[in-house]
Structures are given as structure tokens and as C-alpha cells.
Design a protein around this ligand. Structure first.
Ligand code: HPA
Ligand code: ZN
Length: 355
């Protein structure tokens, strides 16, 4: 909980989350629980002595790649459909408690397939978690298939072809709603998914991409050139003023994750995340949690951290919340409903303040 007088206002503010990896919601406690259930031997690294030692190690990530080694190890405990469903459901319960009304969530099928888990098992489990959140909380959800940059393009092509062959992106199946890319940024060719993104674009599939987190603005430019409609992170955009003007003109959304940026040493504090620069320049952005079980902060913690660093006004928060709704990959009827809820929430807050 933050010290801001706006804490309760921020808690109740209807939120959309656009950047959260379901595998990044695997808490140390759940890693140990599922490792035992599925008879998985965790690494001999002393960090894996207990959930407590693992949590302590998570507090000392040195870079994106240092984090990713723990992230990919953690997910090895997921085996059955019910494990994937439980993971998604665990996240949605927390998101609901934080005031999330709509969530667009990533998952990394290539990595699970590489260790022998069937694509169908992964998707069926995550879809079940999404459906439960829709049913029990009225929380709308969107699943985004994420390609990973540390594995060969061929492995991404295989899961993509499989998803296409089974019509998983078709509106009638209502299973997958977009494609993204993530994992290690600096190193692999910037445009490694050129052909796959071209195919996806032709098929009318929505595209996003992690870029400008550790990598310089040229990673963002390449992602946009390949057809990304959104940029995940994108904080290094401020280093290229011309590109920033283009992003403003084209109305591209950045899905910013302030606590993640601090934990992965992309910035030294939340105050260094260019929130004020983006607001002043008219860059659209939403505020998100990324891998909350690894970074020690869910979406509300991220809103609070931004408030403590920037002391935004109620009007600025209304603008951020409304932008998050307008840029969501959801139909107009749902957008109108969420915009009304934001309006109600802000009006109630102002009534109390003005009394
Ligand atoms: N960056 C890149 N890849 C990721 C991240 C991230 O923050 N989280 C999970 N995979
Ligand atoms: Zn991410």
C-alpha cells in the first residue's frame, strides 16, 4: 500500500492489464508446491532451498537475462492442464482484487513444448483459467501467444502453424487474440520474426512486441516495421525524439511495467521511467505488472509506485485509465462499459473530495 492520499482511488480505478506473462505469475510457493506434486527436482542452486530463499534471490536480479534464467526454470514445474489452469486462475484472482476489469495475458508455448508438454495441454489449461475469470468475475480476457527470442525461429513457426491449423486465432474459437515476442532482447537478430509477423499480419492477427526494454530505440523501430501495433515496455523510446513523434502520430500504445524496469536494472528507480515525458509528449501508455511473482509487485503496486514517484493528478489518472480501455483488444460495447465505470469511479471520488 502506498502513502498517497489517492491510494483508495487508485485501488478502485477500473484497470486494464496489457502486459503480464502468466508464467511470470508463478510464485515461489507455487513452484515448490507443483515441483513436489509433479516430482520435479529443482536446481541444486542454494536459491532453490525454500520459497523464502528464492524470493530473496529474486530481489537481486542483475539484468533481463539473469531474471529469464529463473523464469524459465520456474516454469518447468508446470505439467498438467490443471497446473496451467491453476496458474491462470491464481493470477486472475489477484488481478480482480487489484481492480482489473480486462486482462490481456501472454504465454510462452515454445518453452513448454520443448520440454515435452503438448501445446493442447498448455492452451486448454490457460483458456480454462480465462473462462473461469470471465464467469466468476466478469473479467474479460485475451490470450496472446508469445514467441521467444532465445529459441530458433523454427520452433516459433511450429507452434504458430499448429495454432493456425487448429483455428485458434479464429473469432469463433475465441482462444487466442494476438501474437507477441519476448525473452532476451539484445543479441538475436532484431528482425528474427519478420516472416512470421508478415504471415500473421496477412491473416489479420493482432501483433505486439517487447522492444526498447534493454535494447536501444532501433529495436522499437524494427518491431514497428515488422507490423507490431503495440510495443511492450518501450521505455527507451525517449532516446529517439523523431521515433517518439512517429509513435505519437500513429497512436501506438506502450505497455509500460515500472517495477519490472527497476528490478531488472533498466532504470535505477521508478522516477526514471519516462512517465512524465510520455504524458507531456502525448505518447499513449498503460501501466502493467509484467512478471508480478518475480518482481514483487502486481498491477496496483505499479500504479502506486508511479503515484509515489510522479504525484499525478486525478485527471491524469483518468486519462491513463481511459487510454488503457481505448487501446484494449476488445469490442466497442465492452469499451463503452469500462469507460462508464471509470467515469462513475472518478465522479464518486470527486464528490467525496468536494464535500
Ligand atoms: N522481457 C522480456 N521477456 C520476458 C519478460 C520481459 O520483461 N518477462 C517475461 N519474458
Ligand atoms: Zn514482458
Amino acid at each position: 500500500m502506498c502513502q498517497s492520499p489517492l491510494h483508495d482511488f487508485l485501488h478502485g480505478l477500473p484497470k486494464c492489464e496489457h502486459h503480464v506473462h502468466l508464467e511470470g505469475c508463478l510464485t515461489p510457493e507455487l513452484i515448490f508446491e507443483l515441483a513436489q506434486k509433479n516430482a520435479i527436482t529443482l536446481p541444486s542452486d542454494p536459491a532453490y532451498t525454500s520459497p523464502k530463499t528464492l524470493t530473496q534471490r529474486y530481489g537481486n536480479f542483475t539484468s533481463l537475462d539473469d531474471f529469464l534464467s529463473f523464469y524459465f526454470t520456474g516454469m518447468t514445474v508446470l505439467h498438467s492442464e490443471s497446473d496451467f489452469a491453476l496458474l491462470a486462475w491464481t493470477y486472475f484472482q489477484r488481478a480482480h482484487a487489484d481492480g482489473v476489469h480486462h486482462a490481456e495475458v501472454f504465454f510462452d508455448p515454445q518453452v513448454h513444448r520443448d520440454r515435452g508438454v503438448a501445446y493442447e495441454t498448455i492452451v486448454a489449461g490457460f483458456v480454462a483459467g480465462c473462462k473461469r475469470a470471465e464467469r466468476e468475475f466478469g473479467l474479460t480476457t485475451r490470450l496472446i501467444l508469445c514467441f521467444v527470442r532465445h529459441l530458433p525461429v523454427e520452433s516459433a513457426a511450429q507452434v504458430f502453424e499448429h495454432a493456425l491449423a487448429n483455428s485458434h486465432f479464429h473469432p469463433e474459437t475465441d482462444m487466442l487474440h494476438g501474437v507477441g515476442w519476448s525473452s532476451t532482447e539484445v543479441g538475436p537478430p532484431k528482425d528474427m520474426f519478420r516472416e512470421l509477423y508478415a504471415t500473421a499480419k496477412t491473416a489479420g492477427i493482432r501483433l505486439t512486441a517487447h522492444a526498447g526494454e534493454e535494447g536501444d530505440p532501433s529495436y522499437i523501430a524494427t518491431a514497428l516495421e515488422l507490423g507490431a501495433q503495440r510495443i511492450d515496455h518501450g521505455i527507451r523510446l525517449v532516446e529517439d525524439v523523431e521515433l517518439m513523434q512517429r509513435v505519437v502520430q500513429d497512436g501506438v500504445l506502450l505497455t509500460v511495467c515500472p517495477i519490472s524496469n527497476v528490478q531488472l536494472k533498466c532504470v535505477t528507480s521508478v522516477a526514471e521511467v519516462p512517465i512524465r515525458r510520455f504524458l507531456d509528449a502525448g505518447v499513449k501508455f498503460s501501466i502493467n505488472s509484467d512478471d508480478p511473482a518475480y518482481f514483487g509487485g502486481y498491477i496496483l503496486d505499479n500504479y502506486c509506485a508511479v503515484q509515489e514517484a510522479f504525484a499525478l493528478s486525478v485527471d491524469e489518472w483518468r486519462h491513463i485509465a481511459e487510454t488503457s480501455v481505448r487501446e484494449s483488444w476488445v469490442d466497442e460495447v465492452r469499451k463503452e462499459e469500462l469507460l462508464r465505470r471509470i467515469d462513475d469511479h472518478v465522479s464518486k471520488h470527486l464528490e467525496v473530495v468536494l464535500v
